[in-house]
Design a protein around this ligand. Structure first.
Ligand SMILES: [Zn+2]
Length: 364
């Protein structure tokens, strides 16, 4: 599973503005900022891990300021070991990108269709595992609700974390264009979804126009909005399921509200969540570490205090621990409630996390 996340990493794919919602309430600002950051780890449970290893690992996490783990697969042993060390144990779920063979064979009609009429069921874009479902189909929503329900009914699962909760990338992060040999300075029809019959008829019922009759659908603001709302509807329905279990729901998303909408039709500031982890992977966008602060600022501003933002940082994008320290401090000082890191970070990374957290607190 590490390979899945590192694919996101290596091939495709989560100031002042922070304080603005509280402008004029300086006392509350200082109190809010003094709240200890809560950090997260995205990881895949390895069945070979022993109870002793897990107890040691999760104790180290806690001491570094980590308060929760997102597990990419179910493993009662790992979840309970994390909880025994005072960590929250959440299940990390691939949501709209669903390549399970049973689903592909039983419901190929649930998969998204691009502007050329090709289905993700038999012609996935970019890579073989890109198997996107259509968010407009009621059967897809029901399937995902059942999945979340079956996960959250387990007593050792503290929450649900949605990943790949979006459309396929119509535009890849710029760092990947050379790798794939694709110029994406404009939206190309083979990566533009979803033009299935259900999406078309729902759009027509909403706006009175067949999307195929619009000369430049890429430039249609209503068509954009329709697709944002289709994913918003999925998320907010899954949030109702999580609420019914009184368990939190969070998501890993694209780095800023603007990039998320533009590249993957993801409108995450309008979701009813308990927290969000934008993948602020600066190297993917050929940006410097300083941009982490800008991205956090934008997200926090548009969330307007609705729920906390945890900055997802991509460790290989940092040249050394000094630079990582700087990235964590930037995230926290610009309003992130914590950071999220992928993998099983070694002790030097955990030490950096701890010292950067202390630095950010001391300078406020
Ligand atoms: Zn569709």
């Amino acid at each position: 599973m590490t390979s899945r996340r590192s694919f996101v990493a290596t091939s495709l794919l989560g100031v002042a503005a922070a304080a603005q919602p509280f402008k004029g309430i300086s006392k509350d600002i200082s109190l809010a900022k003094k709240k200890a950051p809560k950090h997260w780890i995205w990881t895949n449970p390895d069945v070979k891990d022993t109870e002793e290893q897990l107890a040691t690992r999760y104790k180290q996490y806690y001491e570094a300021g980590v308060r929760g783990v997102f597990f990419e697969a179910d493993s009662e042993k790992h979840f309970r070991a994390a909880k025994a060390q005072k960590l929250e144990a959440h299940r990390w779920m691939w949501t709209m990108n669903r390549g399970e063979k049973t689903l592909l064979s039983s419901h190929p009609e649930w998969y998204a269709i691009n502007h050329k009429g090709e289905s993700c069921a038999d012609k996935p874009p970019y890579v073989d595992y890109y198997r996107w479902l259509c968010p407009s189909k009621p059967e897809v929503l029901q399937y995902l609700k059942d999945q979340v329900s079956s996960i959250l009914q387990k007593d050792y699962v503290d929450g649900i974390h949605l990943d790949y909760i979006r459309f396929c990338d119509v535009i890849l992060p710029v760092n990947l264009w050379d790798k794939y040999g694709i110029d994406q300075t404009r939206e190309l029809p083979e990566y533009d979804y979803c033009y299935c019959d259900v999406c078309r008829s729902k759009f027509k019922a909403w706006r009175g126009t067949d999307i195929n009759d619009i000369q430049y659908p890429q430039a249609s603001l209503s068509w954009r909005l329709f697709r944002y709302n289709a994913v918003n509807n999925i998320v907010n329905n899954l949030a109702l399921v999580a609420n019914s279990y009184k368990k939190p729901i969070t998501a890993a998303v694209f780095p800023t509200p603007e990039i998320a909408r533009r590249n993957v039709r993801q409108d995450w500031t309008n979701w009813n969540l308990n927290g969000i982890c934008p993948m602020i992977y600066h190297g993917f966008y050929k940006e410097k570490v300083e941009w982490i602060g800008d991205a956090v600022t934008e997200g926090v501003h548009f969330l307007n205090g609705r729920f906390p933002l945890y900055a997802g940082l991509y460790l290989p994008d940092f040249k050394n621990n000094e630079e990582l320290h700087k990235g964590i401090v930037l995230a926290l000082q610009h309003g992130a409630a914590g950071v999220s890191l992928f993998g099983n970070p070694p002790q030097d990374i955990l030490d950096t996390l701890k010292s950067a957290t202390a630095s950010s607190q001391n300078t406020i």
